[in-house]
Ligand binder design. Structure first.
Ligand SMILES: CC(C)(COP(=O)(O)OP(=O)(O)OC[C@H]1O[C@@H](n2cnc3c(N)ncnc32)[C@H](O)[C@@H]1OP(=O)(O)O)[C@@H](O)C(=O)NCCC(=O)NCCS
Length: 147
């Protein structure tokens, strides 16, 4: 892990982030969305995970009062199932402040890998948003209470 690093995402990361985003999501975030998160959203904590100085994953978390909302998280398919998703979540949960009471996120019921990853941290399904995704799939809402 010595050559792995997590740091704030900046504009120079966009090319690498968008390349992963477009590989892993059917409905990828646009460049404009990431620019907003990096430059304009005061609630956002956009982060990249680098391995030997190459971006292999990223996440965007929104800190909104007592809630930590994991807005997106992804690992480059070339590096999936190597433990990086777990590493990223472990690190991002450290952003929690004394004010933060819980972490939450939305996930596709069909995304077995992500569901398993979140469950391994103790996230529980607490609800559902009907037809949340553009293709009509519902979203599970998952929540993890933080001490
Ligand atoms: C979800 C995602 C971030 C997980 O990252 P990852 O680095 O592959 O995950 P890890 O290697 O840390 O593995 C986490 C768990 O998922 C399981 N897993 C990972 N890849 C898997 C695969 N291809 N098939 C089955 N299980 C898999 C692992 O077994 C592990 O569970 P366990 O070790 O407790 O058995 C990654 O798959 C990804 O970027 N997916 C596309 C984007 C996405 O769906 N993001 C989440 C949106 S809510």
């Amino acid at each position: 892990m010595k050559t792995a690093r997590i740091r704030r995402m900046d504009i120079s990361d966009l090319e690498a982030v968008l390349a992963i985003e477009r590989k892993v999501f059917q409905d990828p975030w646009s460049e404009t969305s990431f620019i907003f998160e990096i430059c304009n959203n005061p609630h956002a904590r956009p982060m990249v995970l680098t391995f030997m100085d190459t971006v292999i994953g990223y996440s965007v978390v929104w800190m909104i009062f007592e809630a930590m909302h994991i807005a997106t998280i992804a690992v480059d398919p070339a590096h999936q199932n190597e433990g990086w998703g777990k590493y990223l979540i472990r690190q991002l949960l450290k952003i929690a402040t004394p004010e933060t009471e819980f972490a939450m996120l939305e996930v596709r019921p069909s995304n077995a890998t992500a569901l398993r990853l979140y469950a391994s941290f103790g996230f529980r399904i607490i609800g559902q948003r009907n037809r949340y995704y553009r293709d009509g799939e519902d979203a599970y809402i998952m929540r993890l209470d933080l001490d």
